[in-house]
Write a protein that binds this ligand. Structure first.
Ligand code: NAD
Length: 261
């Protein structure tokens, strides 16, 4: 369903981004990857995407998205490598937890830069060509924390609420241009980022990882199970595929009921 389309997926060397890149490739899109990792991890991600799409290995940008100049350079590189960018998935993100009064300034700056500002810089760089062609899809991976808060996540919650606001604003601006801009708001997804939080909580509270998972993380999630990467990828694919033209400016929850509570 995405044959002939091209996609840039940020933060796609791991977790949700890699899952989305694989599913978009399976649907026929040519993709460009971005993200950090050891050379062998990046090579493995490229192989996985190539296998999913039954195509050549996709290009990869090592751009550090905390730097606006590198975001712009990555977008230019993607247009060069893919010919054009039809689909932008803003997915790269990091987490840090601390009470607000102890929250380190540099962590605040990094989370705002990567989780929020990089989305703005990438949209700004790629939107003009999408509008000119009359087709484009922007999918911002926000979070349940784009809609509700939790303690000790001030930068993350602020950034993700910002992503939802940015999504709505861009959606209004592109509403007649053949472009849509939507946010996906997952609950806890089984990825390295989330599994690290379980380990940290277990250590902090002197309990097993299993107990930490049940007591803390999944306490938020009425389904009492992880959301799987594949489920989030399917929502992203839906937003890029046929039949979703009128879905614009939405913040779609995929959280086992979290924000319904
Ligand atoms: P992950 O840690 O598995 O992957 C993050 C990706 O972003 C990696 O490819 C990493 O290399 C890349 N990245 C990190 N910093 C970067 C930078 N400065 N420049 C470029 N790339 C960078 O995390 P994940 O769980 O797959 O999270 C992906 C997105 O989904 C994030 O925006 C996260 O906030 C969001 N999210 C995750 C969950 C969850 O439970 N895992 C829930 C809701 C939302």
């Amino acid at each position: 369903i995405l044959a002939g389309r091209t996609a840039l997926v940020t933060g796609s060397t791991s977790g949700i981004g890699l899952g989305i890149a694989k599913l978009l490739a399976t649907a026929g899109a040519r993709v460009m990857l971005n993200g950090f990792g050891k050379p062998e991890e990046i090579a493995a991600a490229r192989r996985e995407v190539a296998k999913a799409g039954n195509t050549a290995e996709p290009p990869h940008s090592a751009a550090d998205l905390s730097d606006p100049a590198q975001v712009r350079a990555m977008c230019a590189e993607a247009e060069q490598a893919l010919g054009q960018v039809d689909i932008l998935v803003n997915n790269a993100g990091i987490q840090f937890t601390s009470p607000v009064e102890a929250f380190p300034d540099d962590k605040w700056d990094a989370i705002i830069a990567i989780n929020l500002s990089s989305n703005f810089h990438a949209i700004k760089a790629l939107l003009p060509a999408m509008k000119a062609r009359g087709w484009g899809r922007i999918v911002n991976i926000a979070s349940a924390h784009g809609l509700v808060a939790s303690p000790e996540k001030v930068a993350y919650v602020t950034a993700k609420h910002g992503v939802v606001g940015m999504t709505r604003t861009v959606a209004l601006e592109v509403a007649q241009a053949g472009v849509t801009c939507n946010a996906v708001c997952p609950g806890f997804v089984r990825t390295p980022l989330a599994e690290k939080q379980v380990t940290a909580l277990a250590e902090k509270n002197g309990i097993t990882e299993e107990a930490a998972l049940k007591d803390f993380l999944l306490a938020k999630q009425p389904s009492k199970r992880w959301v799987e990467v594949e489920e989030v990828a399917r929502m992203a694919l839906y937003l890029c595929g046929p039949g979703s033209d009128s879905v614009n400016g939405a913040a779609l929850s995929i959280d086992g009921g979290w924000v319904a509570a």
